[in-house]
Ligand binder design. Structure first.
Ligand code: 5GP
Ligand code: ZN
Length: 110
């Protein structure tokens, strides 16, 4: 499958993983939008939040716990977690991922 995050997961594209466990890995974003910008990526190919199923309940909980663990490990006092969903939601890579941003993060304007 021609998916950049699956290729990183399988080691077909070399990367420095800042975190890894059974179900997830995390890498620094190639084009950081804050001082710290980490992507938390499930190893399973799930296209987006739109493609979640009941069977993913635990996985999604684990994704946020992985973010908390990474943030604690980096001693971050505050951070922003973002999931873009679909093109209209700013999603460019069609493999679910959680952005963890910290430092010089703009407040959300709605
Ligand atoms: P999205 O817009 O889909 O929510 O976020 C995709 C993110 O992946 C972007 O912030 C982009 O900079 C990042 N990205 C795209 N290709 C690569 C890559 O090959 N390696 C890494 N580490 N990040 C990537
Ligand atoms: Zn994928």
């Amino acid at each position: 499958m021609d998916c950049i995050f699956c290729k990183i997961a399988k080691g077909e594209i070399p990367s420095i993983k800042v975190f890894e466990n059974e179900n997830f890995f995390a890498v620094n974003d190639i084009n950081p939008k804050a001082k710290i910008h980490i992507l938390i990526i499930p190893k399973e190919h799930i296209e987006s939040i739109k493609h979640l199923q009941d069977s993913h309940k635990n996985l999604i909980g684990e994704m946020f716990l992985a973010a908390q663990k990474i943030a604690k490990g980096k001693n971050l006092q505050g951070y922003k977690l973002v999931i873009n969903v679909g093109r209209e939601g700013g999603q460019l890579v069609d493999h679910l991922h959680l952005h963890l941003l910290s430092g010089e993060v703009d407040p959300l304007k709605v």
